[in-house]
Design a protein around this ligand. Sequence first.
Ligand code: UDP
Ligand code: MG
Length: 160
Amino acid sequence: AFLSKPVASMGTEETYIMVKPDGVHRCLVGEIISRFEKKGFLLKGLKLFQCPKDLAQEHYKDLKEKSFYPSLIDYITSGPVVCMAWEGAGVVASARKLIGATNPLQAEPGTIRGDLAVQTGRNVVHGSDSPENGKREIALWFKEGELCQWVPAQAPWLIE
Ligand code: UDP
Ligand code: MG
């Protein structure tokens, strides 16, 4: 019971976080994972993955009409990405804060994009923008069996 309580408290929301190909090429994978790990969210899924074009198109389908859409699809499929599923109460909005504004020049220092990037078209990381999209994107990028249900040893020290 002591260990199952934090799971119930953490399991309210999920977000899909992805290190984009520039982040992988620039050796920022550990740094970016580390920020979410240290914050105290629960890692449910993690993989290095070469994104096929149809998946990139489905992921960004809401941006289909934008002028930057073709270059966005080229960018996301240009090299491996690191896919992550993170869980926790309020994780979607909190992760967006950790990531910072879409344009890295407008992102606050201390955020991932604020500290590590200079252009919108090379902004190193993705984060879901709503709990619904968190669920949708995790289902899109991960297969059944790729996600883990577990209780971190530190759980009682994160959630009272
Ligand atoms: N993007 C771009 N040019 C723009 C706006 C967005 O290349 O003018 C890219 C950028 O990589 C961004 C992604 O499209 O992260 C998705 O855009 P969105 O507005 O959803 O930003 P995000 O949610 O990633 O902050
Ligand atoms: Mg978005």
